[in-house]
Design a protein around this ligand. Structure first.
Ligand code: 13P
Ligand code: 13P
Ligand code: MG
Ligand code: MG
Length: 372
């Protein structure tokens, strides 16, 4: 069984938080080529969305494997060194620890990994997003795997009809739960409709008993205890032959739905599906971007990528994103453009609160006595 891993980190932005510098990408590409030559990886490619670098790799080590995670960690040290040399913004932003130990859990970089037996034809889409959070995949995953208005295969393909199993993580309480759709659709929605806290981590086909999708579910802010940038997420989705077709997997992104994570990690904004050339957040550090890299995997080789959103059928979603951005921006510092208080991550908010703490008076205090 081979494993497909996407491991990603923001190790420094060019310019600000908008893109990865070409030199950093080249350093990562050289490292991946060397790891393929050494036999650590079967195959690998490097891509990016906004200021986040993704290492997309196939290998035989399984998920959470020390050699693969430590390779990614070392590679991000190298791209951080480039960022430091060029003075890129937020050099080493996502590397929270000084030393690597065992695997990347809790160390900052995000990762989505899926271990599976390759089918004779194995179409896979790797999604990379910037300026948002792992829960941003909840809505599209629900549509792909549980909504017949998105995925007619759920109704007309006998292999899909039985449904899918969703594993959901509670990021606040560090616990997990599993729901089967369509039977437990409403229970599932009750939780995943709150994507800041509940995140779909993995989906399996009930009928085929195979894994279909995996997401990165780290929350940097919860790990670090303070704002250190958003956990711009990645996701792997397998397609066809009893799983949603490629077009069913892409379809949810035809609507520029609202996600959290734009500007200082503190604003809701529409997510814009784009080709790689446009995966460069600009206005208000956004709108948040998502790219879809399609691969056929053969004996572990990554045949691709095809840049799936580089297509006129997503023009309307892009212009809708711009329109929604206009509307939300006019709210300025007001919710719901700004995140709800409990989700505001920027440290200065806490400092400001501390500065004003002694100005607040209880409402039950005696009022100023009326003049006689
Ligand atoms: P498969 O179920 O054979 O993957 O084909 C479905 C399809 O591609 C429809 O678009
Ligand atoms: P990143 O998480 O992509 O670094 O963005 C940080 C930010 O808050 C930009 O406004
Ligand atoms: Mg950044
Ligand atoms: Mg980013």
């Amino acid at each position: 069984m081979n494993t497909l891993s996407i491991i990603k980190a923001d190790t420094g932005g060019f310019v600000g938080h908008s893109e990865v510098h070409p030199e950093a990408l080249q350093v990562a590409r050289d490292a991946v080529s060397a790891a393929v030559a050494d036999g650590l990886l079967i195959d690998g490619t490097v891509s990016r969305c906004g200021d986040d670098i993704s290492l997309i790799m196939t290998h035989r080590h399984g998920a959470d494997a020390e050699p693969v995670h430590s390779f990614a960690w070392d590679t991000f040290q190298k791209t951080t060194a480039v960022a430091e040399r060029l003075g890129l913004y937020g050099a080493g932003q996502d590397l929270l620890s000084d030393a690597f130990s065992g695997n990347l859990r809790g160390m900052g970089p995000g990762y989505a990994e899926l271990e599976f037996d390759e089918r004779p034809s194995e179409p896979v889409i790797c999604f990379l997003a910037d300026k948002t959070e792992p829960g941003a995949w909840n809505l599209p995953l629900y549509k792909m795997f549980a909504d017949p208005f998105n995925t007619p295969g759920l109704v007309i393909d006998e292999k899909m009809h039985v449904g899918f199993r969703f594993e959901v993580y509670d990021l606040y309480e560090e616990r997990r739960v599993t729901f089967e759709t369509p039977r437990e659709t409403y229970d599932l929605l009750m939780y995943i409709g709150a994507p800041a806290r509940y995140v779909v981590h993995r989906i399996d086909s009930i009928r085929l008993g195979i894994p279909c999708a995996a997401t990165s579910t780290q929350r940097l802010s919860l790990i670090a205890g303070k704002y250190v940038g958003k956990d711009d997420p990645v996701m792997i989705v397998r397609c066809q032959s009893g799983l949603p077709a490629v077009g069913e997997v892409l379809e949810p992104f035809a609507m520029a739905y609202a996600v959290a994570g734009c500007m200082r990690g503190s604003h809701h904004a529409p997510i814009m599906p784009v080709g790689l050339a446009q995966a460069t957040p600009a206005r208000f550090d956004g709108p948040p971007r998502v790219v879809a890299l399609g691969f056929q995997i053969k004996n572990g080789a990554l045949i691709g990528p095809r840049d799936m959103f580089d297509d006129p059928s997503f023009d309307r979603a892009r212009s809708q994103a711009n329109e929604v951005m206009d509307y939300l921006r006019r709210h300025g510092p007001f919710e719901p453009h700004r995140l709800a208080l409990e989700d505001l991550e920027y440290t200065t908010m806490h400092q400001l609160e501390a500065n004003l703490a002694d100005r607040w008076q209880p409402l039950t205090e005696p009022r100023v006595p009326a003049a006689r």
